[in-house]
Design a protein around this ligand. Sequence first.
Ligand SMILES: [Zn+2]
Length: 356
Amino acid sequence: MDIKQKPTYKTKRFWAGILLAQFLLFFLFSKVEFIVNLFVKFFEFQKSVHQKIFSLLSFSVGDILYIILGIGLLYFILKIIKKKSRNIFLLRFLILANILYFSYQLFWGMLYFQKPIIQNLPRGNITLKETQDLTLKYLTLCKQTRKLVNEDKNGVFIVTDLNKIKTEILHNQGNLPNFLGHKKAVNINAFKPSLYEGVMSYSGILGYYNPFTAEAQYNAELPSTFLPFTLAHESMHQLGFAREQEANFTGYLIGRNATNLDLKYSTEYFVLKSLLNSLVEKKPEFVKQVIQNYSSEMKRDRMAEKDFVKRHEGFLDVMFGYTNDLFLKSNQQEGSVTYSYFVDLLIRFERSVSKK
Ligand SMILES: [Zn+2]
């Protein structure tokens, strides 16, 4: 009797094996500096290609891809539940998982294992006093810059021209300090308003980078105080900084001396809030005092932010806050609640420039 054997590549076992091998291989890769650097080099090439292609369309292609993927996944699950189609759809599912995992690691995942920026900054202990002094410096800066920006009819800060901000961010990418390594500024506008802005407002997510299309999505519904700095942050992912707190730090370097005052204010205000957050447990009285010393303009901006958050509270907030936190932790980072790595970078950098 003649029994027909399936070729190996058509078996589930084969593709499950490949997936497992990928997990192991990328894990090993992440431990070898030389190999991580190869992925970083590849990213330098890939980012300009992806950004060039996807910037041709003004809407977020990545968001559409996610929708298709979501529908596809649902379809697969339904087919896998049914006994008749289970085998073939499990096989297809495994192949798809292999492709997605591989492209994610190739396009993005390995960038999390780059040498941390903190290693290129001066060491030494950071005292509470130093943090408080810097907080007061940023309070003053915020007050000054806030006087120079525009307001809506309620006296709340409003961004005048988002495109000008985008242009300046892209321009400033070329002027980042050398200690950050050499990431090429490609000067392509691939900022996209997210197609999920409604959901995003409830989730507390300000923006996100799509590793498959290299697009930077932002929530266009956000209050103006958040908006310019969110753009700077996402653009730093596009440049090749994967870690959240390093995107904040490099985003701050983009905005700190911006000639665009909207960008400058949004950055300084982000820094101020981060410093206050880092102090709130150890120096609650100091934090309270600083907030009381906000200018009346800043107080209105703060109320507008609080109001926005309040209007979008709900179960999604809890859910997304939680998953976001998990995602960050799985990438060897701190959760989204603490800002200490950013503040650490910030203070060390401020120290090095103030000495000069
Ligand atoms: Zn980010």
